[in-house]
Design a protein around this ligand. Structure first.
Ligand SMILES: *[C@@H]1O[C@H](CO)[C@@H](O)[C@H](O)[C@H]1NC(C)=O
Ligand SMILES: *[C@@H]1O[C@H](CO)[C@@H](O)[C@H](O)[C@H]1NC(C)=O
Ligand SMILES: *[C@@H]1O[C@H](CO)[C@@H](O)[C@H](O)[C@H]1NC(C)=O
Length: 265
């Protein structure tokens, strides 16, 4: 009796399972997408993503010289608060390390801290502009920078080739590192040099600039014989000491790479 009712129960269960709609669906068609379960609510507006400028500049580029100056002058904070401002935003023109290396090392040596600060502020516009907006923007030349209405730039957009003219340099935007409202970071191949700070054209560095790795090896107190291995060590050290690795860094890199590709198209 007991065994019989047991078998009966199992059989009933089997029938129940086989005839249930869930089972039928599984065997006949792919399961319904889980999205159908979600309550029907309007799509939320995407939250504006906070961009950490120091993180971004430390993984792209290399822009270490510019970032160092931004930190030294506290202009980084000014830029970051503008980058946090989703209404206006910021557009930055960031020279690569090689652009700074092309100038004599003494170029900035005699600047007062106020001048250095103005020079950093001169590398940004206090509003977000996509690359597509530069054509219209160039009709407003001269364009005031973050450094104030006296510190202007002349922009030209020649069929998508955009140049940023300061008194003593006329660099091209060589890459879009990041451009999502409210933050635009564009790479330029020269430092912007305003006439308010530089009375004459600053001379270029005489010889090819020393590689940054050489400066690092000096900390390792190398002897001539161990120079090579010390240099290798320093390189490995600088790699492992690279800025906070993680998802955000990876995503910045992805953005930087896709930005670079866009410029190539
Ligand atoms: C910018 O926003 C971030 C995240 O909300 C915040 O941690 C940071 O302090 C802000 N920075 C400035 C300079 O406003
Ligand atoms: C900086 O100032 C020193 C002393 O005032 C001067 O000898 C030197 O030539 C100046 N350097 C530059 C690049 O102007
Ligand atoms: C920008 O253009 C104006 C005239 O359009 C000119 O007066 C000014 O000198 C130019 N500035 C630079 C830095 O080239």
């Amino acid at each position: 009796m007991k065994l019989r009712s047991g078998i009966f129960t199992v059989a009933m269960l089997a029938i129940a399972v086989l005839s249930s709609p869930a089972f039928a669906q599984k065997t006949k068609s792919p399961p319904a997408p889980p999205a159908a379960v979600l309550p029907p609510s309007p799509a939320p507006a995407p939250a504006p993503r906070h961009v950490d400028l120091a993180d971004l500049l430390s993984v792209a580029g290399p822009f270490h010289t510019f970032l160092d100056y931004l930190q030294k002058t506290n202009v980084l904070e000014t830029f970051q608060s503008k980058a946090n401002d989703t209404k206006e935003g910021i557009t930055m023109f960031v020279p690569k390390d090689s652009a700074f290396a092309a100038l004599r090392t003494t170029t900035f040596a005699n600047l007062t801290s106020d001048q250095l600060k103005s020079l950093m502020l001169y590398h940004a516009l206090p509003k977000y502009y996509s690359l597509a907006e530069f054509n219209k923007l160039s009709s407003l030349n001269p364009v005031a920078t973050f450094a104030g209405s006296q510190y202007t730039l002349n922009l030209t957009d020649n069929m998508g080739s955009i140049r940023i003219k300061s008194m003593w340099s006329n660099p091209k935007i060589s890459s879009s590192v990041y451009s999502t409202r409210p933050v635009a970071v564009y790479e330029v191949d020269k430092v912007l040099l305003p006439m308010q700070i530089f009375k004459s054209d600053p001379p270029l560095a005489p010889a090819p600039a020393p590689a940054p790795a050489d400066a690092k090896t000096s900390d390792d107190a190398p002897s001539p014989a161990s120079g090579k291995s010390a240099s290798a060590k320093a390189k490995a050290g600088s790699k492992s000491a690279s800025p906070r690795a993680g998802v955000s860094v990876a995503s910045y890199l992805a953005v930087a790479v896709s930005g670079g590709l866009m410029m190539l198209l």
